[in-house]
Design a binder for this molecule. Structure first.
Ligand code: THU
Length: 140
């Protein structure tokens, strides 16, 4: 994965609004047309409403009309490479099921995996499509 996506994630991390956890996360996604979209974690005083860096970056790409995400970079100050939370793994599976994910900490530790490795046998859009096609077949 080219370094520019990681650089973008590092830069995004600086925008983190994380007064409650003081845990800053940056993320960047690349789309098929070569565009990069970034996000950082934005925390709410109602803690559960916090949005993670990865989901914000994906939402911004989608909102801007760039839906084909091929690469994702995540940066946080963890002891090893930072594994995304479960909610972000689901979001990746929804919107970037074939993407490569590069995770890096501030000490130079890195790990690269595919989304399928982060969320094996996930629930996704195709599960709802197969449900829709069966609607009305039975009462179950
Ligand atoms: N966080 C992320 O931004 N991404 C993750 O994958 C894990 C957690 C944020 C949410 C919260 O602001 C802080 O890190 C501590 O959980």
């Amino acid at each position: 994965m080219p370094e520019d996506l990681l650089d973008a994630a590092f830069a995004a991390r600086k925008c983190s609004h994380s007064p409650y956890s003081n845990f800053r996360v940056g993320a960047a996604v690349r789309t098929t047309d070569g565009r990069i979209f970034t996000g950082s974690n934005v925390e709410s005083s109602s803690y559960g409403l916090t949005i993670c860096a990865e989901r914000l970056a994906i939402c911004i790409a989608i909102h801007e009309g760039h839906k084909d995400i091929t690469e994702i970079a995540v940066v946080a100050d963890t002891s090893g490479a930072p594994g995304p939370c479960g909610a972000c793994r689901q979001f990746m599976y929804d919107f970037a099921p074939t993407a490569t994910v590069l995770m890096a900490n501030l000490n130079g530790d890195r790990r690269t995996v595919n989304v399928g490795e982060l969320i094996p046998w996930g629930f996704g859009p195709s599960d709802l499509l197969s449900f829709e096609s069966r609607r009305g077949d039975s009462n179950e």
